[in-house]
Write a protein that binds this ligand. Structure first.
Ligand SMILES: NC(=O)c1ccc[n+]([C@@H]2O[C@H](COP(=O)([O-])OP(=O)(O)OC[C@H]3O[C@@H](n4cnc5c(N)ncnc54)[C@H](OP(=O)(O)O)[C@@H]3O)[C@@H](O)[C@H]2O)c1
Length: 324
């Protein structure tokens, strides 16, 4: 048995709040009836887990808490499944990403970084046999977010140009792969030469230094970096263009540049995770096209601290996968 746990919020030194234990702590909230145990075969780290270590979105009273949103594994009937991480209230009938009472695994109920995770049965999606457990485990958060940003929210059409900020990130590498597959011209920025090169190898059509002047304006920008790139994202857009924002890793209080927003009639759209149906479509897309996540490294779950250290240090390209 192994469990990767956050013990207390540590805003300044998130790695100090991480603990690998021999057993999972007793959950502070009992799972509702009808939830099923999934044997975890692979899980993946997201920046969300770093926010949890910092105490963002997870209060001290809920700790110790098992981390992890993403997993692929086996259900009690022996079916290979992918876990949809968005938990909506059982009484909610609308789209789960709009439920004000929704949570992600590891926010209220224990997450996926253990041998077993308990989830509502409706959150299980069949894993296509074409995908390995490791590949499938990368999809429910970063890749689902990217899928919704590009194909549900952006309004982009094949042939349009999309700019992806922060090329090395988990969501960003998904945006590059899916954008390329969706028929868009994909431009990226990164602070790091090596990550720009990796993005080009992955299929990006052009890669620029963070903040660089682009040869022409783009139709849409995919923004997860936040404050450090927000001004550049607005300047990069053509009149009437769209910025889709799903993250703010570097800070969330940039200048809003309202004059630019209204004068150029820019559209600013928030996006959060995705629906179970979108996850199903994403899995089908990967199975039929051969598109696969960029796996930076695969580690034993007991070595999770190494993966977190590299993610916090900005060294990761793509996803770090943990295997119990
Ligand atoms: N709303 C949602 O549903 C949702 C879902 C998933 C993720 N998110 C959020 O989206 C963000 C990205 O998540 P992720 O898992 O992709 O994280 P990640 O793998 O850690 O990637 C973050 C990337 O941001 C870039 N970056 C970070 N700090 C920067 C700075 N100061 N200046 C310029 N670039 C910087 C880096 O790209 P380069 O080093 O290549 O420049 C880095 O690779 C996180 O804040 C996460 O919480 C939200």
């Amino acid at each position: 048995m192994v469990a990767v746990v956050v013990t207390r919020p540590s805003p300044e030194n998130p790695l100090s709040a991480l603990e690998v234990r021999d057993s999972a702590p007793e959950p502070t909230t009992a799972p509702p009836a009808g939830w099923v145990p999934v044997t975890v075969r692979a899980a993946a780290i997201n920046h969300h887990d770093v926010w949890s270590l910092r105490g963002v979105g997870l209060t001290a009273e809920r700790m110790p808490m098992v981390l992890g949103c993403d997993a692929a594994g086996v259900d009690p009937e022996g079916n290979e499944v992918v876990v949809h991480a968005v938990l909506s209230d059982p009484s909610w009938t609308g789209e789960e990403t709009l439920d004000p009472r929704r949570s992600l695994l590891s926010e209220v109920y224990p997450g996926t970084f253990s041998d077993t995770v308990l989830v509502p049965r409706r959150n299980l999606v069949p894993k296509p046999p074409e995908l390995s457990f490791a590949d499938a485990a990368c999809l429910p958060t970063a890749w689902l977010t990217a899928y919704r940003m590009l194909f549900t929210q952006s309004g982009l059409n094949p042939g349009d140009t999309v700019l992806v900020q922060g090329a090395g990130g988990g969501v960003a590498t998904a945006l590059i792969a899916l954008g390329r597959d969706g028929g868009f011209r994909v431009w990226v920025t990164s602070r790091d030469h090596e990550r720009r090169e990796r993005a080009l190898e992955q299929g990006a059509h052009a890669a620029y230094e963070t903040g660089a002047r682009l040869p022409e304006r783009v139709d849409a920008v995919m923004e997860t970096v936040g404050e450090a790139t927000w001004g550049h994202s607005l300047r990069a857009l053509r009149p009437g263009g769209t910025v889709v924002v799903s993250g703010a890793t570097s800070g969330q209080a940039p200048s809003a540049e309202l004059q630019r927003v209204f004068f150029l009639q820019l559209r600013v759209l928030g996006s959060s995770m995705g629906t179970r149906e979108e996850l199903q479509r994403l899995l089908r897309l990967c199975a039929t096209t051969g598109v696969r996540p960029v796996v930076d490294s695969e580690l034993a779950m007991s070595d999770a601290a190494d993966g977190f250290e590299r993610l916090v240090g900005g060294e990761v390209v793509g996803k770090v996968v943990l295997v119990p």
